[in-house]
Design a protein around this ligand. Structure first.
Ligand code: NAD
Ligand code: MG
Length: 390
């Protein structure tokens, strides 16, 4: 029995992870769950999986939930401290890190420091604090298994090979709903347009990140830390079918890839059960029916977020944390229709321009940079909003 703590259990990844647990109840036991807003779903999950401890963001909701589930139910904790307890102080052998955004950093880091294996969906953790997190992994001896489909594909394509034989990594990107759109068309994009991803069903934030291609930028940074390769050896190919999940190119010219239908259950299950594979009830990939697979280079003019991410990790230090925080605010403002789609990269670029990068060697320095970026981004968003709606 592997004991799991699922952080962000009510989200797209969390629900999929618990679906796998339910299908393989003889292998996994859930000891902790945490959720942000969807308390009715959390309550159902508590009844179904009977964890020992759960956490929600605020005290009032914690009190309400505890009253509903009664004294025989799990302890209900709250806030960052509650998340950290669920991540680091529970009986878990493995923590599924599936909170969205910077809120996932502290509990994930705490889990690593406590020596728990981590199945990582929350890529923001590595974007914000990659150096710190990978040093903590090395110190604690825990293992970090990628859930992100591209990184899972690379992890699988590296198996049995020597790291020194790797020439470069190729991350594939669907291109999102606006692939092949012109800059003119992109001016008018609404949140509804951007939330309609052609291949994947995901949470709102990552869906917008996929539409701007910031998701791929964050993934380049994630791959840099996970696989310890310079970003200049990490390329991005547009692949609209989302069948080849990513590739490793070796020094002899061989490309090793992992293919599959676009369903997160496969990479989640692999992270949960590595090195074994779990039987999953998914449709088989029918390559003959598919007929062809397409690849092309990304369009840097229409999708500047990818370049912003490459620049941020090249600059290093606190800059990737600033990129991430500015992106979180810009995406949120776009979803609230305060700014337009093409304002997202403008806001991020403007915040980074104002930032004086410094070393990201402690959590305090990183959180200070994150906080600074949120204030600056928020001011810029107010200015844009003021200018657009006089
Ligand atoms: P989601 O929005 O569906 O779910 C997020 C979860 O985090 C929910 O349980 C929510 O309640 C919780 N949460 C949100 N804000 C919180 C806060 N401030 N404090 C505590 N909990 C909070 O997101 P998702 O699509 O499941 O994505 C989760 C993470 O996995 C993201 O980092 C995303 O980039 C990554 N990821 C997702 C997919 C996917 O297919 N959905 C694929 C690859 C990577
Ligand atoms: Mg991905």
């Amino acid at each position: 029995m592997k004991r799991l703590s699922v952080l962000g259990s009510t989200g797209s990844i969390g629900v999929n992870a618990l679906g796998i647990v339910a299908e393989h109840a003889d292998r996994f036991q859930v000891v902790a769950l945490t959720a942000g807003r969807n308390l009715p779903l959390l309550e159902e999950q508590i009844a179904r999986f009977r964890p020992e401890v759960v956490a929600v963001p605020d005290q009032e909701n914690a009190r309400r939930l505890q009253a509903r589930i009664g004294p025989d139910g799990p302890r209900v904790l709250f806030g960052t401290k509650g998340l950290i307890t669920c991540a680091a102080d529970s009986q878990a052998d493995m923590v599924v890190s599936a909170i969205v955004g910077a809120a996932g950093l502290e509990p994930t880091l705490a889990a690593i420091q406590a020596g728990k294996d981590v199945a990582l969906a929350n890529k923001e953790t590595l974007v914000i604090a990659g150096e710190l997190v990978m040093a903590a992994v090395a110190r604690s001896g825990c293992r970090l298994f990628p859930i992100d489909s591209e990184h899972s594909a690379i992890f699988q394509s590296l198996a049995g090979h020597s790291k020194s034989d790797v020439r470069r990594l190729i991350l594939t990107a669907s291109g999102g709903p606006f692939r092949n759109w012109s800059l003119d068309d992109l001016q008018e994009v609404t949140p509804q347009d951007a939330l309609a991803h052609p291949n994947w069903t995901m949470g709102r934030k990552i869906t917008i990140d996929s539409a701007t291609m910031m998701n791929k930028g964050l993934e380049v940074i994630e791959a840099h830390w996970l696989f310890n390769l310079p970003v200049d050896d990490i390329a991005v190919h547009i692949h609209p079918e989302s069948i080849v999940h990513s590739l490793v190119e070796y020094v002899d010219g061989a490309l090793i890839a992992q293919l599959g239908i676009p369903d997160m259950k496969t990479p989640i299950a692999y992270a949960l059960s590595y090195p074994e594979r779990l039987t999953l009830d998914l449709p088989a990939l029918d390559l003959c029916r598919l007929g062809r697979l397409n690849f092309s280079a990304p369009d840097s003019l229409c999708f500047p977020c990818l370049g912003l991410a490459y620049d941020a990790i090249r600059r290093g230090g606190t800059t990737p944390a600033v990129l991430n925080a500015a992106n979180e605010l810009a995406v949120d403002a776009f979803l609230q229709e305060k700014v337009r789609f093409l304002d997202i990269p403008r806001i991020i670029g403007a915040v980074i321009d104002k930032h004086e990068s410094s070393a990201a060697s402690s959590l305090a320095e990183i959180l200070a940079a994150d906080n600074w970026a949120r204030i600056v981004a928020s001011d810029i968003i107010d200015e844009i909003q003021g200018a657009s709606y006089p």
